[in-house]
Design a protein around this ligand. Structure first.
Ligand code: HEC
Length: 146
């Protein structure tokens, strides 16, 4: 009986450890951001025809991902090291500024969904607003590699 309990416990620990990997989780979320933005970039550049459904899917995905950016979950204390992370110390040194950057990203992505751009010109405005969040947050809160 004791052994079964012990086995169950270590299984539970192993399982939760597999899920509680904030570095992998935040990098997966960021990759999804890159994919969503990348899917509409060719439309903005005029390389692809405007596709309202594709655009709304991408903007909705970005807004959903922005909502998932909870620093307590994805950037908990101690997750500044211990993995292949490019998250900068400023995240933990100045949490208010990091939260403000997340708040702005959430507001701008939600505004883009609400605006529901119906043509390339309208999309360009929303695309520019969203993409500036990526750049300015990375500038301050991400360590540049090489
Ligand atoms: C509020 C801050 C913030 C915003 C906004 C933000 N990012 Fe990031 N991003 C980060 C941080 C911090 C990392 C480093 C993650 C790590 O390695 O721990 C990162 C990493 C990444 C990565 C690399 C992921 C990997 O596998 O290492 C990509 C790609 C990325 N971001 C794309 C985007 C795109 C595209 C946007 C805008 C649509 C965006 N990000 C918006 C903070 C942000």
């Amino acid at each position: 009986m004791k052994n079964i309990l012990l086995a169950a416990c270590s299984l539970a620990i192993a399982t939760s450890a597999a899920f509680a990997d904030p570095i992998a989780d935040r990098q997966a979320l960021m990759k999804a951001n890159g994919k969503a933005l990348g899917s509409i970039a060719p439309i903005v550049k005029g390389e692809k025809d405007f596709d309202a459904a594709l655009v709304m899917d991408a903007l909705t995905k970005l807004a959903e991902d922005a909502q998932k950016m909870d620093p307590a979950v994805l950037w908990p204390a101690g997750s500044d090291t211990g993995g292949d992370t490019t998250s900068a110390p400023a995240i933990w040194d100045d949490p208010a500024a990091f939260q403000a950057a997340i708040d702005k990203f959430q507001a701008d992505t939600a505004a883009a969904v609400a605006a529901a751009p119906a043509d390339v010109e309208a999309l360009k405005v929303q695309f520019g607003a969203i993409a500036s969040n990526c750049g300015s947050c990375h500038e301050k809160f991400r360590i540049k590699k090489g």
